[in-house]
Design a protein around this ligand. Structure first.
Ligand SMILES: Nc1ncnc2c1ncn2[C@@H]1O[C@H](COP(=O)(O)OP(=O)(O)OP(=O)(O)O)[C@@H](O)[C@H]1O
Ligand SMILES: [Mg+2]
Length: 282
């Protein structure tokens, strides 16, 4: 065991805004009864800066994400959102603290294929068709080609892209490319989907369509989703809980339950109240 400081796991203080009378619980409101998919305990992270100093980017982050829930990590640019997601995904090691996935310490966790990571940029390979881009996620294993292809077709269908299997990325719109990237994340049938501002480059209308698609697929596949955003509206429309990070060093300022039924129309007063509340926090 390394000598790391690991404070007790706790769910940080939760600030719950009042739901509108008559509203139905959010999709993850029964999450209290679910097992915990991701536990982040006492995570801090320092980077070496050019002047030989250490830059503290994250400080004592504690989170417990129930299975099948949707969490948003919201904060200003540079407050450590991507760093936190990279630590959860295992791409980065924390300087202090630990991550557990499905109850297993990250250092002992072997089933990383149950976690998909969707990056901000779509990272499609331009010389491959949509189908072959989606298949790419399965190529590291020993799955036979025909099964890879069948699974990739299913994933493209799931995101509404049947008929575009043979299109190259340059032949697709921004929204369609995002759908291919989402299909590539889903083809492994992950139980946990991590997303770093995946729709931030899309226009508002396409982004809204992608939000609906994501919610539909999450309901269907029962995934746990943690996504990073600096878009307050996106966090309120999608998440069961919004984790607001304060900057320098990144630390949890507040966790807000979004107790609203879905779909959430961002023009409705009960939704705008959450948006205003969160805007005041970041
Ligand atoms: N590998 C690295 N080495 C040194 N500093 C880093 C490294 N990665 C990130 N940082 C610093 O850590 C801080 C947080 O970066 P991070 O990318 O996590 O922020 P973010 O909240 O995702 O920002 P944005 O919204 O702009 O994507 C920044 O000050 C950044 O310069
Ligand atoms: Mg980032």
């Amino acid at each position: 065991m390394t000598d790391i400081h690991t404070p007790d796991v706790h769910t940080p203080d939760v600030h719950t805004l009042h739901p509108e009378p008559g509203s139905r619980p959010a999709a993850g409101a029964d999450a209290a009864a679910s097992p915990v998919a991701i536990t982040v305990t006492g995570i801090s992270k320092w980077f070496d800066s050019n002047d030989g100093q250490q830059l503290e980017v994250l400080k004592d982050i504690n989170l417990a994400v129930p299975a099948r829930s949707i969490y948003a990590i919201l904060g200003a640019s540079g407050c450590g959102k991507s760093t936190l997601l990279n630590i959860i995904s295992g791409i980065l090691k924390p300087s202090r603290g630990q991550v557990c996935i499905n109850g297993v310490l990250a250092k002992d966790f072997t089933d990383w294929r149950t976690i998909s990571y969707m990056f901000q940029e779509d990272r499609l390979l331009p010389w491959r068709t949509a189908l072959r881009n989606v298949e790419f996620s399965l190529e590291a294993g020993s799955m036979p080609r025909h099964e890879r292809s069948a699974r990739a077709r299913d994933a493209l269908q799931l995101v509404g892209l049947n008929g575009f299997e043979d299109a190259f990325p340059y032949q697709l719109s921004g929204g369609m490319r995002s759908r291919v990237a989402l299909a590539r994340s889903l083809v492994q049938q992950p139980s946990i989907l991590l997303m770093d501002e995946p729709f931030s480059r899309l226009d508002a209308q396409t982004r809204s369509l992608m939000h609906q698609e994501l919610l539909r697929i999450q309901q269907l596949k029962h995934m746990t989703i943690v996504f990073v955003t600096h878009d307050v509206e996106e966090s309120v429309v999608l998440a069961d809980r919004v984790v607001v990070l304060a900057p320098r060093p990144g630390r949890i300022r507040e966790i807000v339950d979004i107790n609203l039924e879905r779909p959430r129309d961002s023009t409705r007063p009960e939704v705008t109240r959450y948006i205003q509340r969160l805007r005041a926090l970041i």
